[in-house]
Ligand binder design. Structure first.
Ligand code: SAM
Length: 277
């Protein structure tokens, strides 16, 4: 007999590539829900076919109208409604937060069935510090807005996690290199799928590698925190100063580079004077 689900909203994480990653509790929740809110009925239909479930689907995203949301919320008192996205964890660069807010405001139960999330999966592959990380989702597509978004986080002492498409990967890596300076990074691609790979290296190496190479599939970029002052080598410092001094005086270049590298300005200035001789 089908298990009864508590009425309310059930947020269900689904696989990011490998259907075997659907948890038994996720399958049970989806099978027993009265309805499932989905981004794309064709995508979720495949998942339901995989678990042999036949449950009505309703399209939902954060652009759905207030009236649509009200209709869904009105059902939550008596019905168990599941929310999925096309892949991974709903609400993480995916629709859902407005609905969760509305459901809570109306006093309904909200439950979550955690599971795959590309950002967290990439962090496990990247071999970069995981004690503090900042998820940035997708950066803006336009160059100026993207550079501003990078500048905004350049002083954050945490690993950064970003979603990106193959088409924009090269541009985004270059924007990260320009705005953050030298850092360790990783490009995780097609996680849990046949062609899964994780390429690690410096931001400079990765930006060069993907400058003309448009990789297929889905991508997460992971960028390590700013390098500690003592780990910034003179070679790296010199290269950045030389580049900055094409535009700026030694003292201004030293100030800019010191900030980017998070090293004392005095060290950068002494080196800049040497380079300027
Ligand atoms: N909610 C999802 C999650 O929990 O991961 C993310 C949805 S977001 C709209 C889709 C983006 O996630 C893709 O463009 C890609 O950057 C990343 N992504 C999803 N699946 C992936 C995978 N298997 N490998 C690498 N990145 C993936």
């Amino acid at each position: 007999m089908a298990k009864q689900l508590t009425p309310g909203l059930h947020i269900v994480a689904t696989p990011i590539g490998n259907l075997e990653d659907l948890s038994p509790r996720a399958a049970e929740t989806l099978s027993n829900a009265d309805a499932i809110l989905v981004e794309d009925t064709r995508v979720t239909a495949k998942l339901l076919a995989h678990i042999g479930a036949r449950v009505p689907m309703v399209r939902y995203d954060d652009h759905s109208s207030e009236a649509d949301r009200d209709r869904i919320v009105a059902r939550l008192g008596d019905e168990a409604i599941a929310l999925v996205s096309d892949a991974g964890t709903p609400l993480i660069s995916d629709p859902g937060y407005k609905l969760v807010r509305a459901a809570r405001a109306a006093g309904h139960e909200v439950h979550t069935v955690p599971g795959p999330c590309a950002a967290v999966a990439a962090l496990t592959l990247a071999a970069l510090p995981t004690d503090r990380f900042l998820f940035l989702g997708f950066l803006p597509a336009k160059a100026k807005a993207r550079a501003d978004a990078v500048a905004e986080v350049s002083q954050v002492r945490a690993t950064l996690v970003l979603y990106e498409s193959g088409q924009r990967l090269g541009d985004t890596l270059l924007a990260l290199l320009t705005g953050l300076g030298p850092r360790d990074a990783a490009v995780a691609r097609e996680i849990t799928k046949l062609h899964e790979e994780c390429v690690t290296g410096s931001l400079r190496e990765l930006a060069a590698r993907y400058a003309d190479d448009i990789p297929k599939g889905e991508i997460v970029i992971v960028v390590g925190p700013p390098l500690e002052a003592e780990t910034v080598s003179d070679d790296v410092l010199d290269a950045m100063l030389d580049q900055a001094m094409r535009r700026l005086s030694p003292s201004r270049a030293a100030a800019e580079v010191a900030e980017q590298l998070n090293i004392p300005r005095k060290r950068a200035y002494a080196r800049a004077l040497e380079r300027a001789k």
